[in-house]
Design a protein. Structure first.
Ligand code: HEM
Length: 431
């Protein structure tokens, strides 16, 4: 067995003062691919950051999150107080478990029923005009997540979330972290938007508390307020709702846009999904078990274009990852995008081949498919996200025509893996 190495993994030396930041920002994916070719599956990005692309090591990193690593998503540099971070993570995990254990069929069904109306409303708002598809899908994801979390009290929340996400964008797209006191209008806007979302959530919690409790929970807020001993504090409910609503906005919207692009640019796959949709009797939302072809297309879209193409963790203490020694606050990054397209784990990795998900003999190698992450901080919306994507494809092909006005859709490796410049028209389908 190899011992623990104390030296840093190899990596590009970087330039004076700026290190690798400029080269990385010029073309992020090309930079990472070059480093992997030159240094292998583990390499140093800078003094404090290593990149890991080995599925076993990534799995180890993910399963040890909370214990040995922080999972952070703040776009501002914060001094990490280890005790505070551990307490925050514990409070989040308690709320997260309560929310998810309490979610039941009634909530899921109530939401799926309303989802169709929200989807149709979103497409109707485009009035058959040519539109940028990503903001349209963001609108749908915003309405969907506000509905899932707040049900009847969701009014106006999608707009507040949109502002919050827009305010994060300029900060999330930068590889630099700035402290919160940095005199920048972007940071002021972000702090204002973050506060605004929290206030809006708090107001809706108070509104709900003033009403008699529902017989059957209709949304996540009902579930959280009904949580048994120990009850969640108001702050836990606020933070969980805000965290979920933001997580369920840009990421699913990006995935949805890639899915619409796939349906618009691959008539063969459109036909498969449309035939499955037409075969479903009635207008009620079908269960995923009735949509195997659609689900296979969605899985393949998430393989080729995982919205969270780069994910990071920070070491909570001095620790090891495989044979590498990490110091407290060292960062570890990994890229689901690169892992999903690695020819060592996938046949024809760059081809969009849904059939690979329909043949049980072709199940992916362990830990190589992670569009929803893994371990204790795996996406809480895995099921819901799959349902939303599959149902959107179902309704889109059943009830609408998609007319793309762009021939290509280049990926942009921003904070998310963005489908650049995809424009299309959605018109109701005539039978
Ligand atoms: C296509 C849809 C989605 C994809 C691809 C996706 C992907 C991911 C990934 C990769 C992570 C883990 C990030 C990390 O390890 O740092 C994550 C976390 C998370 N997701 Fe999703 N997600 C989707 C939809 C949703 C939905 C619909 C919800 C809302 C219910 C949601 C809520 C969350 C939350 C709250 C977290 C943070 C979990 C934690 O840190 O404990 N996601 N998502």
């Amino acid at each position: 067995m190899l011992g623990t190495r104390t030296v840093r993994p190899p990596g590009p030396k970087g330039r004076w003062l700026v290190g690798n930041t400029l080269d990385y920002d010029r073309d992020r994916m090309a930079f990472l691919v070059r480093c992997r070719q030159e240094y292998g599956d583990v390499f140093s990005f800078d003094e404090r950051t290593i990149v890991v692309l080995d599925p076993g090591l990534v799995h180890d990193l993910l399963t040890r999150t909370n214990d040995d690593f922080h999972s952070e998503s703040v776009p501002l540099a914060t001094r990490i107080d280890p005790e505070r971070a551990a307490a925050d993570a514990q409070a989040w995990m308690t709320a997260r478990r309560k929310g998810w254990h309490g979610l039941n069929r009634a909530v899921a069904q109530a939401h799926a029923g309303r989802l169709r109306l929200l989807f149709e409303q979103t497409l109707a708002e485009t009035r058959g005009e040519t539109v940028d598809v990503l903001p349209v899908m963001e609108r749908f994801a915003g309405l969907a997540t506000a509905d899932f979390c707040l049900g009847a009290d969701a009014d106006g929340m999608a707009e507040i979330l949109t502002e919050n996400v827009r305010a994060i964008e300029p900060l999330g797209g930068s590889s630099q972290l700035f402290p919160a006191w940095w005199p920048s209008r972007h940071i002021r806007r972000f702090l204002r938007a973050r506060e605004g979302t929290l206030n809006a959530v708090t107001e809706r919690i108070h509104r709900r508390r003033d009403k008699p409790p529902a017989d059957h929970p209709q949304d996540l807020l009902d579930v959280l307020l009904a949580a048994g001993e120990p009850e969640l504090t108001e702050q836990q409910v606020q933070l969980l709702l805000r965290g979920i609503m933001l997580a369920a906005f840009g990421v699913p919207a990006t995935a949805l846009t890639w899915l619409v692009w796939t349906l618009a640019s691959r008539p063969d796959l459109h036909r498969r999904v449309a035939e499955e949709a037409a075969a479903w009797p009635g207008e009620e939302a079908p269960p995923l078990s009735a949509l195997p072809q659609t689900e296979a297309v969605v899985k393949e879209v998430l393989r080729l274009w995982p919205p969270t193409w780069l994910i990071g963790r920070t070491a909570r203490r001095g620790t090891t990852l495989g044979e590498w020694q990490l110091r407290p606050d060292d960062h570890v990054m990994f890229s689901p995008y690169l892992m999903h397209r690695d020819p060592r784990w996938w046949t024809d990795p760059d081809e969009l081949t849904p059939d690979r998900w329909l043949d049980p003999a072709r199940t992916p190698k362990r830990h190589t498919y992670i569009p929803f992450g893994a371990g204790p901080r795996v996406c809480v919306g895995t099921q819901l996200g799959m349902i939303q994507l599959c149902l959107a494809a179902h309704w889109l092909t059943r009830n609408h025509e998609i007319r793309p006005t762009t021939e290509t859709c280049a990926p942009k490796f921003h904070d998310l893996l963005l489908p650049q410049g995809f424009r299309a028209r959605f018109t109701p389908r005539t039978p």
